[in-house]
Ligand binder design. Structure first.
Ligand code: GDP
Ligand code: MG
Length: 180
C-alpha cells in the first residue's frame, strides 16, 4: 500500500515480533507519545494513522499492530497484505525473543515482497542491567539479513520516532524511484 492519490501518499507498516517485546508501546509512543505500563494484549488487528512530512510532502503512515494475535502464532496474511515497511522487534533483555527473529523474517518473506523496507528493532534498551542480547549481535544479524538496525526504548522514548522515520524515508525513496 504505497499509493499516491491526490498528491498524498499512504504507507502501510507492520510491527511484528514475539509477545511482550513492546510492539504496542512502540506504536503508542510513535502515534501518541504515550507509554502504558500495564498494556494488556487485546485480540484483533489494530492500526494507527499518522501524518509525517517527508521532503515537503505529507505522508500518511498506517502502522499495524498484531494486537495479541502473535501469541497464538496466528498472524494472518491479511495483516501483511499491502505492507511496504516492517519493524521486526525483539526485547534486548530476553534472548529467546531475538532467537525468534529468523522465524518472523521467514513469515514476512512468505507474505511480502523483498522490496519491503525492514528495520530490526532491539527494544527495551533502558534495561541495560539485564541485557541478554549485545548491540553487536543485533548489528550482525541485521547485516546478514540486510535490515536496518536500531535499539529503542518505548519506555524512555529513545529512538522510537527515528526507527519509524528511517523506514518511512526509505519507503519514500523507493516509491519515488518506482521500486515499490
Ligand atoms: P507487545 O506484546 O509486543 O505489544 O508488548 P507491549 O507493548 O504490550 O509491552 C509488553 C511489556 O513490556 C509491558 O509491560 C510494557 O510496559 C513493557 N515495555 C514495553 N516497552 C518497554 C521498554 O522500552 N522498556 C521497558 N523497560 N519496558 C517496556
Ligand atoms: Mg501488543
Amino acid at each position: 500500500m504505497a499509493e499516491e492519490g491526490g498528491g498524498e501518499y499512504l504507507f502501510k507498516i507492520v510491527v511484528i515480533g514475539d509477545s511482550a517485546v513492546g510492539k504496542s508501546n512502540l506504536l503508542s509512543r510513535f502515534a501518541r507519545n504515550e507509554f502504558d505500563h500495564h498494556s494488556k494484549a487485546t485480540i484483533g488487528v489494530e492500526f494507527q494513522t499518522q501524518v509525517v512530512e517527508v521532503e515537503g510532502k505529507d505522508v500518511k503512515v498506517q502502522v499495524w499492530d498484531t494486537a495479541g494475535q502473535e501469541r497464538f502464532r496466528a498472524v494472518t496474511s491479511a495483516y501483511y497484505r499491502g505492507a511496504v515497511g516492517a519493524l521486526i522487534v525483539y526485547d534486548i533483555s530476553r534472548k529467546p525473543t531475538f532467537e525468534s527473529i529468523k522465524r518472523w523474517l521467514d513469515e514476512l518473506n512468505t507474505h511480502c515482497d523483498t522490496a519491503v523496507s525492514r528495520m530490526l528493532v532491539g527494544n527495551k534498551c533502558d534495561l541495560e542491567s539485564i541485557r541478554e542480547v549485545s548491540v553487536d549481535e543485533g548489528k550482525n544479524l541485521a547485516e546478514e539479513e540486510r535490515l536496518f538496525f536500531i535499539e529503542t526504548s518505548a519506555f524512555r522514548a529513545t529512538n522510537v520516532r527515528k526507527s519509524f522515520e528511517i523506514v518511512i524515508r526509505e519507503i519514500y525513496d523507493k516509491v519515488s524511484r518506482k521500486i515499490l
